[in-house]
Design a protein around this ligand. Sequence first.
Ligand code: DC
Length: 231
Amino acid sequence: MTKALAIAIDGPAASGKSTLAQSLAEHFEYLYFDTGALYRAVTLAALQRNVEINDEQSVTKLALEVSIDLVPPTQQDSRQYDVLIDEKDCTWEIRSAEVDAHVSQVSAYPGVRSALKDQQQRIGRRGGVVMAGRDIGTVVLPEADLKIYLDASVEERALRRHAELEARGQQADYAQVEQSMRIRDEIDANRAIAPLRPADDAIVLKSDGKQAKDVLAIAIKLVEAKIEELS
Ligand code: DC
């Protein structure tokens, strides 16, 4: 029997990881797991409960206490899954500009990362999963069968994120989106723990100027070759 692979897809914000990971998971009937949603959910919970984002200890305590769940979508409004925080649907709230502005700081806290790493490993190690994030190939699942690092220029990523926000009717100024993206890149790539970088054995794909379907076609070929190699 063919082994169900564990696939890691890492890369910076708005590089197209989520779209690729979801389509790849659908194609192979694997589970799609967007790990960024966990960091966003902790950030949103902190903002909603007036926990001071600069207060590392309190944010870490919250990450250990709050119940976060990703479940199959219950509404057809282009969501890929429902995000539940203490059982309340927060699927779109975790995508707000306010969460965007604070999530990198929250995800740089070691205690937050360790609380969320355990949850990610439990699911990832079962196989049959496409996990999207920043440190899946380097830290969460270094033993993943296939690692893809999806990259694109900051300008292209800011344009995509701006279009996404507008499509959802959220106010967005392009210059601010690009600035916020540069700041997040800087924090994500330079933090002490699990900084954003391709694993040594990752395959790096650039998505500039490519349509999602073209990137998907390349990734499907990579997965098929890996399945063949392992069978
Ligand atoms: O992929 P995203 O934009 O939804 O991720 C939100 C933030 O979470 C991002 O700024 C970095 C952080 N993150 C992380 O540190 N590690 C992951 N595995 C996934 C996301």
